[in-house]
Design a protein around this ligand. Sequence first.
Ligand code: SF4
Length: 392
Amino acid sequence: MDIDVLKLYSRNNKFLSPPTYLNPSILRVTKNVFLPDAIQDKYALLCEDPTTLSKQSNFRYILVVSSNGKETNYPSNTILLDEELSYLDEGDVIKVNPTNNGINSIYRRNANANSFLVTERCNSYCLMCSQPPKNVDDGFLVNEILQAIPLIPRDTKEIGLTGGEPTLVGERFFDMVRSCKQHLPDTSVHVLSNGRTFKDLDFAYKLSQIGHPDLMIGIPLYSDIPQIHEFVVQAKGSFDETISGILNLKRCGVKVEIRCVIHKQTYERLPQLAEFISRNLLFVDHVALMGLEIMGFTRANLDELWIDPVEYQEQLSEAVKILNRNAVFTSVYNHQLCLLPEELHRFSVKSISDWKSEYIDECQKCSKLDECGGFFSSSAKHKYSDHISAFG
Ligand code: SF4
């Protein structure tokens, strides 16, 4: 079963009339034509036939998936959607940019994961970064996130804040966490950070003082040996900064997850890393041992990074055993089940976001397809293990 990779952005939308608003709008999608007039302006109405709308509505835009040929009778704020965005549904949040006919799906209610890119800037330069850093002024991203958060349905389980390095936006990082607490009090917030900013105890303390009820900072640690970690992240001094950051966060009562992407530079010392965590960072809340995504810098550094996952199963099993023995909550992310020894299956999580996951032909006959997270679509196209083999 091939699963098409969802397209989250398209410029192939057609505005029926020159738009009144030229600035991008962040809007919640609805099918409810009876929303009170006063709030309709925050919504894009998904509608099969706008000619049936009884009066000129206040919706910012009317979205139509397939035209029925009566376009001349549609309201002037109608947009004919690119077919590839036809999955948009009640409760989704979109960004509409009239100057280039663009629509971004920035939150999908049915997605297994929703993350917001806070900034493309980063102070590390990881060998396998999937979102290579850019030194750009992209403060508008935080503005958009702050507009989007109040529009997200309150029953959302989790949202992510990612980068680049999200803490580089300084105080505005706290604004986003505060906004999540205010508008989405029952939603977990997971932040992907290199942890280095939290070497400043004051920064960690300020975050803790927001008192978000369910916040986790996911921080990569690639080795117990500083030089190996710093080679992977290409930043001198980063090991001590990251460890200080983890200690400061935990001292302030903020939950921390340690993440390690497994590749040629990191696999050999996985058991030693597990020992290091068990001895020095036993109080972290979660450890995720992760498969490699063939995106961004990974493609350029493939020879330095790629190792068939079957070749590191011994080290992975040993690391999981050590962490588990020490009662550290541990998961294995981004690995195909058929590559993992049976004993690791219970640690494996379907962690690849649905919009970028795929299965290959061999998976069509696999009895564990539903339990298996499959492949990053980038891996399915470029590089994956030679040992994929369906369960009978
Ligand atoms: S064949 Fe392997 S990768 Fe494919 S679904 Fe089965 S376990 Fe997953």
